[in-house]
Every structure is written in structure tokens, then in C-alpha cells.
Design a protein around this ligand. Sequence first.
Ligand code: 5RP
Length: 232
Amino acid sequence: MLDKIQQQKKAAGEYAASLVENGMVVGLGTGSTVRYFVDRLGERVANEGLDIVGVTTSNRTAHQARCLGIPLADVDAVDYIDLTVDGADAVDPQLNGIKGGGAALLYEKVVAKNSKRNIWIVDGSKQHAELGHFPLPVEVVSYGEQQLCRLFKKHNLNPILRLDEDGRPLTTDNGNNIIDLHLDTIPFPEELATWLSNQVGVVEHGLFLNVCDEVIVGGDEIQVLKRDMAKN
Ligand code: 5RP
């Protein structure tokens, strides 16, 4: 029996899978919500002969998709991605968000930026009036990461190097590390995003601003929030 949050994740994932059409190149995000999406896509490929090509954002998702028989292509082998479905750690009313809780932010951003349409699937706990409650992941090269931690500390960004279950610095699929910034609020996300991108050693940050077109919130009733509506 799934708890309420898992039920919401499953509902959002399965609803998103119903939006995928024959012939699409589909970006496959990462995380526990996306797992439900990919499971349902796999069922559709097997049962309906749904003809799609997936572009994955992590080794985990690639493994799941392969096991389910979903054909995959490298991001560089396609002209563009029609639709990407991904999860999020926090979403604000403008559909800006924080991603990277699952350490896949770099590939997720590359795939998102090459997608015509980006949908995020979330449970209700991910919606916030403003960003900041969820620690902001910053992917960094390991060389000089302690220097970056000191710099972030000096700027009151409360950095903590993410560790794996063995207590070693967590390594991403790209061989980098993650520093999580524990911020209560992010009043100026654009400024912080620009500042982070300008720091040597930062590979990418988890602020996804003006990326998402639609958010699907799972629940007894599915809620679909669109960027166009958020702008009004
Ligand atoms: C991975 C991510 C995930 O999409 C995000 O962490 C949401 O995960 P979940 O669906 O498990 O709550 O950004 O890097």
C-alpha cells in the first residue's frame, strides 16, 4: 500500500505518461516520481507498441528504461527532444524550481535546455510560495571544492558537501561532487544563479529558472499548472 505522497507521485507520473505520443523523442528525468512515469511508458511500449525514443538524464534512469525495453538515444544523436518529463524538489508559483536532490542536475539541465516542452511531475509537498526551503545543489569539480565551500560560507550560503552512504563525497554520474546550499529563502534567484555560474569550479547549479512549461501535481484530482497561466 503506497502512502499519500507515493500515491501522488504515481498519479502524476502515470498522467504524464499518457501525454506521450507515437514518434516522440522523450527526455526521461530522474527520481522516484519519474520512476512511475518510466514504468508506465515501458508498459505502453510493450502493450501498445508505442514508438518512442528516450533520452535519459542519469545512469539510474537509463538502466530502468533499458530493462523495460524503451529504445534510447544519446542526447547528441537527436535533433531535439519533443517532451521531457522530470521531477523537482521545489516549485514556486512562477514554475521556477530547485532540482538536483537526486544529484542528476547537470544532465537534467542539458536535456531540459534541448527540449521543446518541459513537464515536471510532483507531489503536493513540492509546492512552495518561494524557493529556498529545499537545499540548493551545486555540482562542482572536486579539485578545489573546499575552496568553493569557504567562498560559499563567506557569502552566507551555508554550504554542506554532500556525502554518500559510506561517508565519502558523493560522486555524480559525471564524476563531480555536490555542495548543497542550505538557504531559508532565495529572494533573488536570477542573481544567485548568475553568481554561481560565474564561480570557477562550479559545473552547474540546481536553480531551474524559466525552464518548466507545465507542472503536474498528483492527487485524487490531477492539477496541471501552465507557465502561461503563471505569468498572468
Ligand atoms: C534529481 C532530481 C529529481 O527530479 C528531484 O530530486 C525529485 O525527485 P523525487 O521525484 O524523487 O522527489 O532533480 O536530480
